[in-house]
Write a protein that binds this ligand. Structure first.
Ligand code: LLP
Length: 422
């Protein structure tokens, strides 16, 4: 569910007409709904009420300061994967003890920065990382709280580029070797083992792979406890999918997911942590774009928009589907048109949708990409020297630009020409 609905024949973001935002900030832009962000966070939070828990928002999905603040104010922790994300979380006022540090390639500098600034735990992904973290912690005279990310060798049945829980993926330590690795960690004075971490992939639309992974984690918890480790926290990752094609998709809800967690690991008495990104931010955001041209090809019509693959790369990168709707509500019964929907970037990969049926639109009409709040703005670039598009946050009847569109001058001024070229 989200808060982008047609009212009086036009699309609204909560109580603000999307066309009004377009008139104020220009197109293309991202717009987020505060109410949707909070609603999705709250669904997870309530689904875990059976245990001591923390929902850590995966900031990689959307990391604007304002979005972090909305969620932090609602009680969320943060899951970060770089020093940059950590500093963004801190800058938005999130305390270190609510920030979890994930990722396969944490550097010693990042470890130092986060240990000094305060951190809830490191989700360690390899033995070499463990060795470096131990050294860094000892050099600072502190002890780093850790979980080890185990790779349960479960097929998440999602797009290959976003599956992480098979043994062929680069993530985590094979679960078969976990006892050995925990024994090694226990001997390191700079580390304190506090739990287990697992994350098997993203955009999972079936609970079965989660169930398989969490059952393995439950078994491992008991083994590790028998080995003498204190396993008091389970970080169960993120990955619950969202309906991208609303007409025919209905993935499980956070409540179903919470019930599954309770069923598989609830008996262990552990504190539960999860790291959802997409389900919190995905349907909380639209990308709004304007039609530049409708071009008739030999056997198809092209809808050429003012947004492109640099603004929303998901279709080009993962063959992802986004519902694309006109901002002016089509008349009931209006005949659909069929378009290849593309951007102005000079490569054929700059295609949002092929042969897409949608209501007919024309030059200067606004269209909205649904489910664009996650992995949209954060993955954008300035390819083709197209300025990063602005982000806008709506709350009720008010809206604010939360990241401004850079000017061309600002964009060019980021480059430096060496003196010898002057
Ligand atoms: N935790 C870890 C360790 C992760 O690697 C990820 C996502 C998450 C949590 C959050 O997963 P979510 O709940 O958002 O599914 N750019 C891709 C998605 C990449 C996901 C990477 N890891 C896309 O646009 O589909």
């Amino acid at each position: 569910m989200d808060h982008f609905l047609y009212r009086d024949g036009t699309l609204y973001a909560e109580d603000v007409p999307v066309a009004e935002i377009a008139a104020a900030v220009g197109t293309p832009f991202y717009v987020y709904s505060t109410a949707t962000l909070i609603r999705h966070f709250t669904l997870f939070d309530e689904a875990l009420d059976f245990a001591d828990h923390l929902v850590c928002f995966a900031m990689k999905s959307a990391s604007n300061q304002a979005i972090i603040k909305v969620l932090a104010n609602a009680g969320a922790g943060m899951d970060v994967v770089s020093g940059g994300e950590y500093l963004r979380a801190k800058a938005a006022g999130v305390p270190g003890d609510k920030i979890v540090f994930s990722g396969v390639g944490k550097t010693a500098d990042e470890m130092r920065m986060t240990l000094e600034g305060g951190i809830r735990q490191f989700n360690v992904e390899s033995e070499p990382e463990m060795v470096v973290l131990d050294q860094v912690a000892q050099s600072l005279g502190v002890v780093a709280p850790i979980t080890v990310r185990v790779n349960p060798d479960v097929d998440a049945k999602t797009h290959a580029k976003i599956a992480t829980g098979k043994s062929e993926n680069k993530f985590g330590i094979p679960i078969s070797r976990a006892r050995e690795v925990y024994a090694m960690a226990a001997k390191m004075p700079g580390l304190k083992v506090i739990g287990i971490d697992v994350h098997i992939g993203s955009q999972l639309t079936d609970l079965a792979p989660f169930e398989a992974a969490y059952r393995k984690v439950a078994e491992l918890t008991e083994q590790l406890r028998a080995d003498g480790h204190e396993i008091k926290r389970l970080d169960l990752g993120g990955g619950l999918g969202i309906p991208y094609a609303r007409s025919n998709e209905a993935p499980p809800l956070p409540t179903d997911y919470g019930a599954l967690i309770q069923r598989t690991v609830g008996h262990l008495g552990c504190e539960i942590e999860i790291e959802p990104g997409r389900l919190i931010s995905g349907n909380a955001g639209l990308m709004v774009s304007k039609v530049i041209y409708v071009k008739s090809g030999e056997d198809r019509d092209f809808l050429i928009l003012d947004s492109a693959m640099n603004d929303l790369i998901r279709p080009a990168m993962y063959e992802a589907w986004h519902d694309i709707v006109p901002v002016i509500e089509p008349a009931p019964g209006a005949a659909p048109a069929k378009y290849d929907i593309v951007g102005p970037v000079c490569e054929s990969g700059d295609t949002f949708a092929k042969g897409r049926e949608m209501p007919a639109v024309g030059p200067d009409d606004l269209v909205a990409f649904r489910s664009a709040g996650a992995y949209g703005a954060v993955m954008s670039s300035e390819y083709n020297s197209r300025p990063l598009i602005p982000e806008v946050l709506v709350d009720g009847d008010q809206f604010a630009v939360i990241r401004a569109r850079p000017t061309y001058e600002e964009m060019i001024a980021r480059d430096t020409v060496p003196v010898w070229l002057d």
